[in-house]
Design a protein around this ligand. Structure first.
Ligand code: ADP
Length: 162
């Protein structure tokens, strides 16, 4: 069985992330979305909230599972019994970092391969940070995230224009 892990912060999950999840679920037998619990970052949403939001938007995808993890991605990949990491590539700016990450992972875990899906052009500019920034100014984020996610972001966003 071909199992892939799609790791990330997902703070919150955007339509760009969702597109990568849907497409990788079509290619792989099973996709485990790994939500990174990184104490060094101060996310808008707790790891439990981020997992909950991902479960909500992927409930119709029967071969997608959502889990949280701490520590090295490759350790989590092994724990999942997976051999593939999926990452999304938006622009050249992602490339250098992603290349370094995948090559490092390959040295510490040679049995694990990283595959890259290029972003849907519609979402090539989209990031969780941009969504949070627009929400902070009270802007409309409905083109970037699912409606139930938009509600949660607006509820958390500290308005900075007033
Ligand atoms: P990280 O902190 O690991 O970068 P993110 O949640 O920001 O976590 O992103 C997780 C993965 O999803 C990364 O591979 C990133 O390149 C990819 N990604 C983020 N936004 C998009 C998008 N709009 N289109 C395609 N891939 C994306």
């Amino acid at each position: 069985m071909a199992i892939a892990v799609y790791p990330g912060s997902f703070d919150p999950v955007t339509l760009g992330h969702f597109d990568i999840i849907e497409r990788s679920a079509r290619i792989m037998d099973k996709v485990i979305v790994g939500v990174l619990n990184n104490s060094a970052k101060s996310p808008m949403f707790s790891v439990e909230e981020r997992v909950g939001m991902l479960i909500d938007v992927t409930k119709h995808l029967s071969n997608v599972e959502i889990r949280s993890f701490e520590g090295l991605t490759v350790d989590f990949v092994r724990e999942c019994g997976a051999s593939v990491i999926v990452r999304g590539l938006r622009a050249v700016t992602d490339f250098e970092y992603e290349l370094q990450l995948s090559q490092t992972n390959r040295v510490i875990a040679p049995e694990v391969d990283t595959i890259f899906l290029t972003t849907n052009l519609k979402y090539s500019y989209l990031s969780s940070s941009i969504v949070k920034e627009i929400a902070a100014y009270g802007g409309d984020i409905s083109a970037f995230v699912h409606p139930e996610i938009a509600e949660k972001v607006h509820a958390k966003a500290v308005r900075i224009d007033k």
